[in-house]
Design a protein around this ligand. Structure first.
Ligand SMILES: Nc1ncnc2c1ncn2[C@@H]1O[C@H](COP(=O)(O)OP(=O)(O)OP(=O)(O)O)[C@@H](O)[C@H]1O
Ligand SMILES: [Mg+2]
Length: 234
C-alpha cells in the first residue's frame, strides 16, 4: 500500500475549484516531483495535502490513516511537514532558534535531532547563532528544511525549494533533497526546474489545469516526447 494516496482530489479557494480530480500516490522512501505550467495548481495541491484548504471531493490517506481535511497543526502528529515557497524561516531568529521552533510541538528532548540536522547541513552549524535573515537564499532554504525535519517527518512537502537560487545553489539543494530522502523521508516536491527535478524523482506528476496530465517514473516523463515538448521546453 502507498504511504501517501491522493484520490480524485477536488479543492480550491472559496467557491473556486482549482483541483479537479487529481490523483497522486507515493510509496515510502520515494521522491515524487510535481511539475506543470504556472497556475496549474501545484502549490494548491501541496496546500490541500497539508490541510490548508477545504476539500470538496476525494480523499487523502497517509500511512494507513484517512487524513482528508485534517488541519495542519494535527498533521505534525501524523509526521507530515510542509516547507512553503515563501516566508519559510523566521528572519529575526537565529538558525538554532528556527530549528527549536520546528520542534515546538514535541514534548520530548530534541537535542539529538538538532545534531542530525547539523550533520545534514554542516554550514548551518557554523551559523547557528546568526539571524536567519542574514543568510543567503540557499542557506535560508536549508534552515527551512531543517526546521521541517525537527518533527522527524515521514513525508516532507517542498514547494519550489530552488526558486530564486543560482544554478550552483540549485544543485546543492537537489543534493540535500536526495540526502534527506536517503535518511528515509518520503518527499513530495513541486519544482519549476522540471528536468533537474525529474532526474532525481522516483515518480513524476505533470499537472495542467488542475488535473493530471502525465504520470510516470521520473525517467519515463523525461523520455516522453509529448511531455518534453509541452512542459520541459523541448
Ligand atoms: N489564495 C488564493 N486565493 C484564490 N485563488 C488562488 C489562491 N492561490 C492560488 N490561486 C489560484 O489558483 C490557481 C492555481 O494556483 P497555484 O498557486 O496552485 O499554481 P501553481 O501551479 O503553484 O503555479 P506557479 O507555478 O505559478 O507556482 C491559480 O489560478 C491561482 O490564481
Ligand atoms: Mg506554486
Amino acid at each position: 500500500m502507498s504511504l501517501l494516496s491522493v484520490t480524485n482530489l477536488h479543492a480550491g479557494y472559496g467557491q473556486m475549484t482549482i483541483l479537479k480530480g487529481v490523483d497522486m500516490a507515493l510509496d515510502a522512501g520515494e521522491i515524487g516531483v510535481i511539475v506543470g505550467p504556472n497556475g496549474a495548481g501545484k502549490s494548491t495541491m501541496l496546500k490541500a495535502i497539508f490541510g490548508m484548504l477545504t476539500i470538496s471531493e476525494g480523499s487523502i490517506s497517509f500511512d494507513g490513516a484517512d487524513v482528508t481535511g485534517i488541519r495542519p497543526e494535527k498533521l505534525a502528529g501524523h509526521k507530515i511537514a510542509f516547507v512553503p515557497q515563501e516566508a519559510n524561516v523566521f528572519a529575526s531568529l537565529t538558525v538554532q532558534e528556527n530549528l527549536e521552533m520546528g520542534a515546538y510541538s514535541r514534548r520530548d528532548a530534541y537535542d539529538g535531532i538538532i545534531d542530525n540536522v547539523y550533520e545534514l547541513f554542516p554550514d548551518l552549524k557554523n551559523k547557528r547563532r546568526q539571524p536567519a535573515g542574514e543568510l543567503s537564499g540557499g542557506q535560508r532554504q536549508m534552515v527551512a528544511f531543517g526546521r521541517a525535519l525537527m518533527i522527524e517527518p515521514k513525508l516532507i512537502l517542498l514547494d519550489e525549494p530552488t526558486a530564486g537560487l543560482s544554478p550552483l545553489f540549485m544543485s546543492v539543494i537537489f543534493d540535500r533533497v536526495i540526502a534527506i530522502n536517503r535518511t528515509g523521508v518520503t518527499v513530495a516536491m513541486v519544482e519549476q526546474n522540471a528536468k533537474q527535478a525529474l532526474a532525481i524523482a522516483h515518480k513524476g506528476f505533470v499537472l495542467a489545469n488542475g488535473q493530471n496530465s502525465y504520470t510516470g517514473t521520473g525517467s519515463e516523463l523525461l523520455a516522453n516526447p509529448d511531455v518534453a515538448r509541452s512542459f520541459l521546453g523541448g
